[in-house]
Design a protein around this ligand. Structure first.
Ligand SMILES: *Cc1c(COP(=O)(O)O)cnc(C)c1O
Length: 222
């Protein structure tokens, strides 16, 4: 098992441009397999649940130099825990949550890296800003000085063709470029968190700077 994890990671790494950050998504993956990924050089781990992350982090305290990325929807009442566990939050998906994170970050003396989750196409199954909503909220988001807003995160709706998926990723990149050009005082648009096991090659073609890969590294979760 651990040798196949190592082989998968080196194959993926070899296929990615060196500037793309590979985040190993470890939800439902046991600590031993996380150790195998660490031994294969992974330092960025993605989780989607606060509770699950707490118990794993307790078992993996000896791993040095790890960055934890929250990639799943965050309820406002768990925002404090999230800031204690994660250095990156990719799934900031509404203004109230961002405001709460900013307040708590100040209290805790942390400055988390954040991506804003955006829905390029309508998708009732996903959280996130629509494009017009995001453009409206940017001036408020720019005032959240305790958050280091670094870019956008997106997940295409299910059931799209490759061409349509690529288009979603390209539109996300274009949106980031448009926002970047608006001269904000604080927020930045230097990162694009996009691409999962099934579509990361398309995401990389469209300029992803971070890919979030689970199944292709660790096998099926179910
Ligand atoms: C589970 C998950 C991933 C990883 O998905 P795979 O298909 O297993 O690579 C990436 N991003 C988010 C937001 C996820 O919830």
């Amino acid at each position: 098992m651990s040798s196949s994890i190592r082989e998968q990671i080196s194959a993926i790494r070899a296929s990615l441009p060196s500037c793309v950050r590979l985040i190993a998504v470890t939800k439902q993956v046991p600590p031993e397999q996380i150790r195998a990924a660490y031994a294969a050089g992974i330092r960025d781990f993605g989780e989607s649940r606060i509770q699950e992350t707490a118990s794993k982090q307790a078992q993996l305290q000896d791993l040095v130099g790890v960055t934890w990325h929250l990639i799943g929807h965050l309820q406002t009442n768990k925002a404090k825990k999230a800031l204690e566990q994660f250095q990156w939050i990719h799934s900031v998906d509404n203004l109230q949550l961002a405001q709460r994170l900013d307040q708590l970050a100040q209290q805790l003396g942390v400055s988390p890296q954040v991506c804003l989750q955006v829905k390029i196409l309508p998708d009732p199954l996903k959280f996130g800003w629509t494009v017009p909503e995001l453009l409206t909220d940017l001036s408020t988001l720019d005032q959240y000085k305790n958050l280091q807003i670094q870019g956008l995160m997106t997940i295409p709706p299910l059931g799209l063709t490759d061409t349509e998926i690529l288009d979603v990723f390209n539109q996300t990149n274009n949106l980031a470029t448009e926002i970047q050009g608006q001269n904000w005082s604080h927020l930045k648009m230097q990162h694009l968190s996009m691409g999962m096991s099934e579509d990361y090659k398309l995401a990389v073609r469209a300029g992803a700077t971070m890919v979030r890969l689970g199944t292709i590294i660790f096998g099926d979760r179910s």
